[in-house]
Design a protein around this ligand. Structure first.
Ligand SMILES: *Cc1c(COP(=O)(O)O)cnc(C)c1O
Length: 494
């Protein structure tokens, strides 16, 4: 399996080159040359496997240079019982007859980012060895909250890596911030940025393309790498859980072999829903992909109109991991839909220059055939949290609530009640204050006290990694202006 850049499909890369490099030099995203098809009996075979084996089976199809033995070791380490609080790893919970919730937050940081970020360090260090890279990887991460903690936890004390996380000072929840500021490990750094997530992400991209800094670091034995979902090593482990969920539904006889399902995903950077799209391309029977957004509804408009326009107000919402106006992974979808790197390059050039592009009618039609876009605001998000809890006794976080709302809108609008898999992306305990308000608590507690309050109110215990934050010391306090992110890099490596 060869990989190409979304902006140039002549130069080809091996999987390990794609993962080690993170981003193509031309600014494009490294992407498989084609999507392999699941063999005829695959879903039947996978059904009886544990999650770890499912991951090996599927990832192997994209990673020919990696042996089954290697991948098995990675999967056992990444998804073991010391990391995940359920042997199912990514369990499916049936909410009603045709609505199934894929819980992706049973890992060490209680958000779906763990599904990929527990695997990525293994893939990256092995890729560095295969590409004979002898420098230390300096991993720069921009986070809207969950990626940062997931990456810190995945890379902590991994040999030959350093990791530095930038987060928007006022753009993450209190629990999320505390999770990052108490991070342990000798190779980690955390820095707040005055600005929003897009500022942090743009700043990281600028650091990546700063040739002078690159040379300076090379002199010190470092090179830049990425743990954001622009790295193929982040997207691939996410393909696994959609196939896994379908197999669970088959195994439990909730669906029949070959039966179509819809998938609904709360979306920010477009990584998670892109993985579902790739699962479909591999042959998983998925009919519609429902893209759920909060008030930062740039993707809803894009899907409906074929016009991507980030020139609009930025909203800080109670689903902060989706407060994003530049969805990086959309570029991979555009490549697949156009098969034309020059066309993709054109759109991305316009986005960088004017913040806007309009795709051709052909691309728009293809997009609309497969994707449906819906959004909801914070008031509606809280209403859904309350309803889910009252009706089903099921507590969901703010992001997952946005997805359930999108699914209801889709079903109301189309009358299509095909079984749906809703991706549940975070534990409700990561967003206690908003969830408590949703449940009618007018003056909810703050910080870690809110964990106890939510546990008492719902009768559900807070996940151990969050409850354990109380005994951890705060280790980081640096805040920089968005133009001065380079200072944080120098102080981490200096
Ligand atoms: C990152 C994140 C999202 C958005 O996922 P993308 O892959 O960026 O689209 C949604 N919900 C939660 C809780 C997240 O952490």
């Amino acid at each position: 399996m060869r990989y190409i850049s979304t902006r140039d499909n002549v130069i080809q890369y091996s999987a390990s080159q794609a993962i080690a490099q993170g981003l193509a030099r031309d600014g494009g995203l490294l992407t498989p040359y084609y999507i392999p098809k699941l063999p005829g009996k695959a879903l039947e075979d996978i059904q009886s496997m544990a999650y770890q084996q499912r991951a090996v089976y599927i990832m192997k199809m994209f990673l020919e240079e990696f042996s089954v033995k290697e991948l098995t070791d990675f999967a056992n380490a990444a998804y073991g019982p010391d990391r995940f609080d359920t042997p199912a790893v990514a369990p499916v919970r049936t909410v009603d007859g045709n609505t199934h919730c894929l819980e992706l937050w049973h890992g060490p940081t209680c958000a779906f980012k763990d599904m990929a970020l527990q695997m990525l360090p293994h893939l990256l260090t092995a890729s560095l060895a295969k590409t004979e890279e002898d420098k230390t990887a300096c991993i720069l991460v921009a986070t809207s909250g969950d990626t940062g903690k997931g990456a810190l936890e995945g890379f902590k004390d991994v040999p030959r890596t350093r990791i530095l996380v930038f987060y928007p000072k006022d753009g993450v929840s209190e629990v999320q911030e505390l999770q990052m500021l108490t991070q342990e490990g000798d190779n980690v750094g955390v820095c707040a940025v005055h600005g929003n997530f897009d500022d942090a992400q743009t700043g990281v991209k600028r650091l990546f393309s700063d040739e002078e800094l690159r040379r300076e670091l090379a002199g010190q034995g470092y090179f830049f790498s990425s743990a954001n979902s622009i790295n193929w090593g982040r997207v691939l482990p996410q393909v696994v859980y959609y196939i896994s969920a379908y197999c669970d539904l088959l195994r439990d006889e909730r669906i029949a072999p070959g039966q179509m399902v819809n998938v609904c995903v709360p979306t920010g950077n477009f990584g998670n829903i892109l993985a579902a799209y790739y699962a479909r391309e591999m042959g998983l029977p998925i009919e519609q992909l429902i893209c759920a957004s909060n008030s930062n509804n740039v993707l809803t408009d894009f899907i409906r109109e074929g016009i991507y326009d980030r020139n609009r107000p930025f909203h800080n919402t109670m689903s902060p991991s989706m407060d994003i106006l530049i969805s990086s992974n959309l570029e991979r979808l555009l490549y697949t839909l156009t098969q034309d790197p020059a066309e993709v390059k054109g759109y991305m050039g316009q986005l960088a220059e004017t913040g806007r592009y309009q795709v051709s009618d052909k691309v728009r039609d293809k997009l609309q055939k497969r994707f449906k876009g819906y959004f909801c605001d914070d008031t509606q998000t809280q209403r859904v949290i309350r309803e889910m809890f009252d009706r089903h006794g099921y507590l969901v976080d703010t992001h997952t609530a946005v997805a359930f709302d999108a699914l209801s809108q889709y079903r109301r609008e189309t009358g299509d009640d095909t079984p749906a898999i809703v991706a549940s992306t975070a534990s409700p305990f990561k967003f206690c204050t908003s969830v408590l308000q949703a449940l009618g608590e007018a003056d909810p507690a703050h910080g870690l006290d809110a964990l106890d309050q939510l546990a008492a109110k719902t009768g559900q215990p807070a996940p151990a990694p969050l409850a354990g934050l109380r005994s951890k010391a705060v280790r980081f306090s640096q805040t920089v202006e968005k133009e001065r992110m380079v200072d944080a890099v120098r102080s981490l490596l200096g």
